[in-house]
Design a protein around this ligand. Structure first.
Ligand SMILES: Cc1cc2nc3c(=O)[nH]c(=O)nc-3n(C[C@H](O)[C@H](O)[C@H](O)COP(=O)(O)OP(=O)(O)OC[C@H]3O[C@@H](n4cnc5c(N)ncnc54)[C@H](O)[C@@H]3O)c2cc1C
Ligand code: SF4
Ligand code: SF4
Length: 449
């Protein structure tokens, strides 16, 4: 794909739900937007989820129409498999340096027919299914990916040529290389999202080592209608688990990890998954080990009470250690907070770590954007000001790039970021002397936390 330098009104970095919503809101108002996503498809973490709390609506059914709207909007230019490497101020707006990674597939000609994928002889663990299923070396990333274009993983390719022979449109191009290009924009929206606390962050929980200790995103894939097995099975022996435990705050509110904040979503997603698991495995016992249950949103407390009424067991206790017996059954050692700190050991078939959210934003991306010392996410104003201001005029933040939040809050914040971006662009047009990209306004005096 030949990529040319480009001028737009706004550059949105990150194609998760927050970035997509901000891009759509700006584009609907007539602004020209470049939306850049480093993965081969937009959708972010949300497209991998099963159902959403508290409504239990199908996640794919909500996300896919937005992905499609982004791809078809006449005011949005979408770049996938493309990374924003640096953004600088250049006197007239911003100058972003990007790298288009090679798909080894001619994107314009690929129809997403998947003949290449069926012909490829090599399987890898599926990244989209958290390593549970398999994916071919060349593949369309997942069934609802946008764009529906194949991508070839050159690291594992043996250059057998079978995909090239199978492609009816001659799209395979082993000679592609990465291309650097520049986007000039009047404003930037950072929607770079979050990462999960690594599963092995707390060695005493055995994540990444014990086969039947998994993280919550893995369970989302097991529960999703598009999941790898169509059932909830455990990895060690393919057995349906009869006893499942959740360990809350496994990577949040933990001084030993340097992650002292609450990730906000883990209580709610654990309750959601417990409810969905009771539907999928009606005979299974489900226990949630927690220190506090935090149900902060509208209707969330009722959701929690419904889960209790369904028979999900909530045990107030701090999990100290997880080990496994010879059959890979996890054994959880827990200090019961409401029972005089008594320590008990419980066997379960499967343990799910409710891992937290950590920042994915690389502070070097835009060197002047302040990062909050308390959590490492993009710093936002202390009070009484729009939460999507970043301390740098013309640069706004949306969604979990600013800190842990759920989908509803990410969408609200994206709408606010789009409104602030539009207001900023209009301000610039009025004070500017040379049309579209005017000199930025002086920095406002704000206090950021
Ligand atoms: C297990 C689990 C279950 C959950 N369940 C629910 C639920 O039921 N209900 C709910 O409300 N919330 C739920 N959430 C939270 C929800 O996933 C998030 O609130 C939401 O996905 C945040 O969207 P985002 O766009 O901010 O971030 P992300 O989805 O992380 O998107 C950010 C995007 O930016 C891209 N990116 C990053 N850096 C760059 C760069 N330099 N250049 C280009 N692209 C870049 C990333 O690849 C990514 O696609 C759950 C989370 C987890 C982990
Ligand atoms: S050339 Fe590479 S991607 Fe194509 S079929 Fe062979 S192994 Fe798969
Ligand atoms: S066979 Fe060719 S057109 Fe079909 S998905 Fe693969 S690269 Fe695209």
């Amino acid at each position: 794909m030949q990529v040319n330098d480009l001028q737009v009104d706004a550059l949105v970095v990150g194609g998760g739900i927050a970035g997509m919503q901000a891009a759509l809101d700006l584009a609907d108002q007539g602004y020209h937007v470049a939306l850049v996503e480093k993965e081969a498809s937009i959708g972010g973490k949300m497209i991998a989820l099963s159902k959403v709390f508290p409504t239990l609506d199908c996640c794919s059914c909500i996300t896919t129409p937005k992905m499609s709207a982004v791809a078809h909007h006449k005011n949005i230019q979408l770049f996938t498999y493309c990374e924003v490497e640096a953004v600088q101020q250049n006197g007239h707006g911003f100058k972003a340096h990007l790298k288009q990674k090679p798909r080894y597939v001619i994107e314009e000609d690929c129809t997403g027919c998947r003949h290449c994928e069926y012909a490829c002889p090599l399987d890898l663990p599926s990244a989209f299914d958290m390593g549970l299923g398999a994916q071919r070396v060349i593949r369309v990333p997942f069934s609802t990916a946008v764009p529906q274009k194949a991508v070839l993983d050159m690291e594992y390719c043996i250059l057998c040529g079978k995909c090239e022979q199978a492609c009816p449109d001659d799209c395979i191009d082993f000679t592609q290389t990465a291309q650097d290009f520049v986007i000039e924009a009047g404003a930037v929206v950072l929607a770079t999202g979050f990462e999960l606390t690594p599963t092995d962050a707390k060695a005493e929980y055995g994540g990444g080592k014990l086969l039947n200790v998994v993280d919550a995103l893995t369970v989302e894939r097991l529960l999703a209608p598009t999941g790898p097995y169509g059932h909830v099975l455990r990895a060690s022996d393919g057995k349906e688990p009869e006893s499942i435990a959740y360990v809350q705050c496994a990577g949040s509110r933990d001084k030993t990890l340097g992650i002292e904040y609450c990730s906000r979503i883990c209580c709610m997603y654990a309750i959601k998954q417990a409810m969905l698991l009771s539907g999928a495995l009606p005979l299974a016992d489900i226990t949630i080990y927690y220190m506090d249950i935090r149900t902060f949103g509208k209707g969330y407390e009722q959701f929690y009470q419904n889960a209790r009424a369904m028979g999900i067991e909530f045990v107030k206790g701090k999990v100290a250690r997880i080990t496994a017996d010879d059959d890979h059954n996890p054994q959880v050692r827990v200090e019961l907070i409401d029972d005089g700190s008594r320590v008990v050991e419980q066997h379960h078939d499967l343990v799910v770590l409710s891992v937290g959210m950590i920042p994915s934003f690389n502070p070097q991306l835009i060197y002047d954007v302040p990062i909050a010392a308390s959590d490492g996410f993009v710093a936002t104003p202390a009070a009484n000001l729009s939460p999507c201001l970043t301390g740098r005029p013309g640069v706004f933040v949306a969604g979990t790039a600013a800190g842990p939040m759920d989908i509803v809050d990410s969408i609200i914040m994206a709408g606010a970021a789009a409104a602030e971006t539009a207001a900023y662009l209009e301000e610039q047009r009025q004070v500017g002397t040379n049309g579209r990209f005017a000199l930025p306004l002086p920095a406002r005096e704000l206090s950021y936390a």
